[in-house]
Design a protein around this ligand. Structure first.
Ligand code: 5GP
Ligand code: MN
Length: 338
């Protein structure tokens, strides 16, 4: 987005508006952090703003400032649709295509208003009036910081805004370790701490909230880990029964895929999770270096995301999905060993 477009948005926001802010389905730390950060900022400017998520999110996100004001589309559809219909501006955050909002897709497709996309995923769609897309950015939360910076409003970053932004940068960078983490990311983080983000408390609230059953499930995932050294690949499976036996709650498998990536010499890691409710196998993919899991997932598992972190799905059974995956791998042998 160029300077004159930021100026247009600044002008647009100079009078009170009805604003709706929407993240992707199954929102993660970056999705909830970025939408709530923007919500606090816009409320501070005098706008009527509402965050509407397509569905629920993990309990480790349910302390973030403003979280209790979130409207969930799947359980509060009537209110959500009313807000969307009355919106002067709709911000869509942390996703690149309406299909990433699940059941909200058709509502959004049939809504005629000013859309502003802020996102760091590859291949952004062109539905928005204003598209602020930067696929090199660590997180949508970092983009919210730069968005506020471009609008010349850094002094409006309160402790709540700073906390929300910190959450998403921290979770999307794997606590500041993935290669999207730049010196600018660290400068932003330093400024957020100066503006009131309590970094130690945020890390504890997000990561030290394990239930016993979630840790036991992690043990099962580790037992199910398979390593294919000739492809520098490791994968994990979790069946619906294994989830049920461990009192599975949304978010419990977050981060498990990274255990595969921590095996010596492994560059490509996946987790296949059975979801009987949606009748799909949900897949998370991660890589190190040049191997693009965005491409891999687009080509084989109806997904996408980023170069080193993507998601996808399969309509086959769990074992058939793994078989399909294993049968595809030989054609990537060179790419994985180059
Ligand atoms: P995760 O594996 O943590 O669910 O997702 C990793 C990254 O891929 C995130 O940036 C997420 O937004 C994206 N992603 C996850 N699932 C899908 C999907 O089904 N389609 C697309 N296009 N992106 C996905
Ligand atoms: Mn993100």
């Amino acid at each position: 987005m160029n300077t004159s477009e930021f100026k247009e948005i600044k002008a647009l926001l100079s009078a009170p508006k009805n604003i709706v802010i929407i993240p992707h389905k199954n929102p993660d730390g970056d999705a909830i952090g970025s939408t709530l950060a923007l919500h606090h900022y816009l409320s501070g400017l005098g706008h009527e703003s509402t965050v509407i998520t397509p569905n629920d999110y993990p309990s480790f996100l349910k302390w973030i400032p403003g979280e209790s004001s979130i409207v969930k589309y799947d359980s509060d559809t009537e209110l959500a649709v009313k807000k969307i219909r009355g919106a002067d501006i709709i911000f869509t955050l942390d996703f690149n295509h309406f299909s990433r909002t699940g059941n909200m897709e058709s509502v959004l497709e049939h809504t005629n208003t000013t859309f502003i996309m802020i996102d760091h995923h590859q291949q952004p769609d062109d539905y928005a009036t204003y598209t602020y897309s930067d696929v090199g950015m660590s997180s949508t939360c970092q983009m919210i910081y730069h968005f506020i910076e471009k609008l010349d409003d850094l002094d409006k970053i309160t402790a709540d805004v700073a906390t929300c932004i910190y959450v998403g940068i921290m979770t999307d960078t794997g606590s500041f370790r993935f290669r999207s983490t730049t010196s600018t990311t660290h400068k932003v983080i330093a400024d957020l701490i100066d503006r009131g983000a309590n970094n130690t408390a945020i890390h504890e609230d997000i990561y030290d909230n394990n239930t016993y059953s979630r840790l036991q499930l992690q043990g099962v995932a580790l037992k199910n880990l398979r390593v294919l050294p000739e492809y520098k690949t490791a994968y994990i499976t979790l069946s619906q029964k294994e989830l049920d036996d461990h009192n599975f709650k949304k978010g419990d498998t977050e981060g498990f895929v990274n255990m595969g990536l921590s095996v010596e010499g492994i560059l490509f890691a996946l987790i296949f999770i059975e979801n009987r409710g949606e009748n799909i196998i949900k897949i998370s993919l991660r890589s190190k270096g040049e191997f693009s899991v965005n491409e891999f997932s687009r080509n084989h598992f109806e997904g996408g995301g980023h170069h080193n972190a993507a998601g996808g799905k399969s309509n086959l059974s769990l074992s058939e999905t793994v078989e399909k995956f294993i049968s595809i791998l030989p054609s990537y042998k060179n790419a994985l060993n180059s």
